[in-house]
Write a protein that binds this ligand. Structure first.
Ligand code: SAH
Length: 382
């Protein structure tokens, strides 16, 4: 039974009910339980985990059983939606947790392999059903469980990376539009690649030209696309292994116009802008600077600093592709930060496009947490 605040939130279309909003509950972690408000009105069936801050995650709003066929239907819907997107590539998200109606389950496709992330005790307990449906519908060569994220600790689940089905190679080569890249499914960031940036990578391929700089490049996500239309691309990251993969990926695509610099982004941007260097294309895709609300003031200063430097580096007509994946810094304050960077840099920046995460990572209107990635494409007007 949930308190008024929790019930109102559930009625607003949000699936999460916090522990402090639960008035009375019975069950084991991982149970699927019916949820009622204080008046006894049914709110839905939820994944229950008393150990988690989010004790209830509503999975079904109708009074229907959450059984094996429920899981299968949800997975079928998720796959049908991806089919409708006609994605040009073979690495993308097949199921995006709450946004596809299965709280705490993420399924990513890398060619013939699937990588699962499970952040809910209820899904963990029903993994056999999930695997059965995925096998029947997709017949994957291998399925890897990549459950090593911080979110699992908060749910009281152990960190684990293990094969659930078939054989999963250390690395696989996948395709993203015209580009091929190697993904390390076992140890790479996220599940092996930044799939949420897929459409923005393709956009970078359309905008990039001349002398280009890809800062926070990881394995060259933006750089590989940019290098197809730009004269040269400098790839910058502080991680040696990431740059090694980027170098390998450049070869894989037969590209010889990339150079690689292992260095701290802030230092490089400051040095280059102080030296009066000029670029026609700059990409900024930093890690989330604001992991919590408390980080916001510091994060905004950091976003402003890198964007100000990048704007100074642009030649007239140059393009800046600038991203933020911090959920806590929503579009408006990010835009305000960019505005203030442009003012201080003394640059007139024309807005070419505001973009978000790729369509295979859908946003649900009533779940603000499903909208996290911002990507602005700006042009130095003159
Ligand atoms: N642009 C990539 C994803 C970037 S993830 C893509 O689209 O695929 C963020 C990257 O920033 C990571 O590879 C991390 O190693 C790097 N990074 C984090 N802090 C950094 C810093 N201070 N300087 C340079 N790189 C940094």
């Amino acid at each position: 039974m949930v308190r008024g605040r929790g019930a109102a939130r559930a009625r607003s279309g949000h699936p999460w009910i916090y522990r402090s909003d639960v008035a009375e509950a019975a069950g084991e972690p991982g149970d699927v339980v019916p949820v009622f408000d204080r008046a006894g009105d049914f709110l839905g069936r939820a994944f229950y985990n008393p150990r988690s801050e989010i004790s209830l995650r509503i999975a079904e709003r109708r009074d229907e059983p959450v059984d094996e066929s429920w899981f299968r239907t949800r997975i079928e819907h998720a796959l049908a939606y991806r089919d409708s997107l006609a994605i040009d590539g073979d690495a993308y998200r097949l199921l995006h947790a709450e946004a596809d109606g299965v709280p705490g389950l993420v399924v990513d496709r890398y060619g013939d392999n699937l990588v699962l992330q499970v952040g809910s005790a209820a899904v963990e307990r029903r993994l056999d059903w999930v695997l059965g449906a995925l096998d029947e519908l997709l017949a994957p060569a291998g399925v890897l469980l990549r459950s090593d994220s911080g979110a699992r600790k908060r749910e009281g689940l152990d960190a684990t990376v293990r094969v659930l089905w078939g054989e999963v190679p250390g690395t696989v080569v996948v395709r993203e539009g015209p580009v091929r890249y190697e993904a390390n499914l076992w140890r790479g960031q996220k599940t092996g690649g930044f799939l949420d940036q897929r459409e923005n990578h393709l956009a970078a391929g359309r905008y990039a030209r001349g002398r280009a700089l890809d800062v926070f490049s990881y394995a060259g996500g933006f750089a590989l696309h940019a290098a197809r239309s730009a004269r040269e691309v400098e790839v910058v990251d502080s991680s040696g292994p990431a740059l090694e993969t980027a170098r390998h990926n450049a070869k894989l695509n037969g590209l010889d116009n990339l150079t690689f610099a292992r260095t701290r982004a802030f230092d490089l941007l400051r040095e280059r802008s102080d030296a009066g260097e000029r670029y026609d294309t700059v990409v900024l895709d930093p890690p989330a600077f604001a992991k919590t609300k408390r980080d916001l003031p510091r994060a905004r200063r950091a976003y402003k600093e890198i964007n100000l430097r990048a704007m100074k580096l642009l030649s007239p007509g140059g393009i800046l592709i600038t991203c933020s994946c911090s959920y806590h810094l929503s579009r408006e304050p990010f835009e305000e930060t960019l505005r203030s960077a442009a003012a201080d840099a003394g640059r007139t920046m024309r807005v070419r496009e505001w973009r978000g995460q790729a369509a295979d990572h859908p946003e649900v209107l009533t779940i603000p947490e499903t909208r996290y990635l911002k990507c602005a494409i700006l042009e130095r007007a003159f």
